[in-house]
Design a protein around this ligand. Sequence first.
Ligand code: FMN
Length: 330
Amino acid sequence: MWTRGKAFLGTRHAILGGAMTWVSEPRLVSAISGAGGFGVLACGSMTPPLLEKSIAETADLTPFPFGVNLITMHPDMDALVDVCLASSRVQHVFLAGGLPSREIIRRVTSGGRQAVCFAPTAGVARRLVRDGAGALVIEGSEAGGHIGPVSTSILAQEILPVIRDVPVFVAGGIGRGEAMAQYLMMGASGCQLGTRFVCATESRAHPRFKAAFIRAHARDAVASVQLDPRFPVIPVRAISNRASEEFLEHQRQILEAWSQEKMTAPEAQLAIEHYWAGALRRAVVDGDTEKGSLMAGQSVGMVTAEEPVQTIMDSLVRQALDHIARVDAA
Ligand SMILES: Cc1cc2nc3c(=O)[nH]c(=O)nc-3n(C[C@H](O)[C@H](O)[C@H](O)COP(=O)(O)O)c2cc1C
């Protein structure tokens, strides 16, 4: 069922380790690729020289394929694409964080690389394929990090039956192999997991960040709340902590200042967005689990221990195979 996904990625398993800013750095990415999956480096806000260094480090750590995830609103986007094109080891560029323009997709594909894009609806999926995307990821709102409004199960039903031209990988809320197998049976070419890999032994996440994951249940991973539709908040799913509780109070204070004309609307919007600046780094790197952002998906309840990537990968594949065997036998 995942032959097409494996061929597209060049891997033993069509399981992607979704890029996670600050977490998906060379050691974890190379470990995922080494275990038969497909690791994806998170560029986040890295500069082009830093990305070049990260790609070189990952390439030194693994002979297996890996990808690079770029956030399309990065101010140096063109230069970042050029860095990817300069390395023969990067054959797949993931264009995340907003819809990529046709030009940026072309820039990747005319360099002979695959552009992998995120599709929030069937209509957009068709447009992305027309624009040259070599594969799509559909990521539902159960996922960790920045999320859309629609759940994985709905996106899978809306998009998998209608997109046949390119492989589609399903992400968001997948913690076990049985779920992977179900999406494969529905026509997916593979699955992308993030949360499940955060507590891998090879992950550089701070021990306190990992401990928060191991403690948390599904219901603890909640989407950030927007207080006023005039000041939009991009929803982020994270384990609730002091920072997420105080975010509401922060919005309340900004709205009050704006309503008393102590701030203009653009200043208020900026102040709301600024609240989370650097918060993921604070949690992942510094281990500040109270004031940082504990981005995590609802599958966090299935993360119960720190384990080597190979163990995680083997159990996902075993669960998927057992599930398919049970379905076949029934
Ligand atoms: C801590 C964290 C950081 C993330 N950072 C990014 C990112 O930089 N770019 C991106 O496209 N997705 C990012 N994601 C989403 C993952 O790549 C992946 O698609 C998602 O985690 C899949 O859902 P799951 O968490 O339910 O497994 C992040 C997720 C987490 C948990």
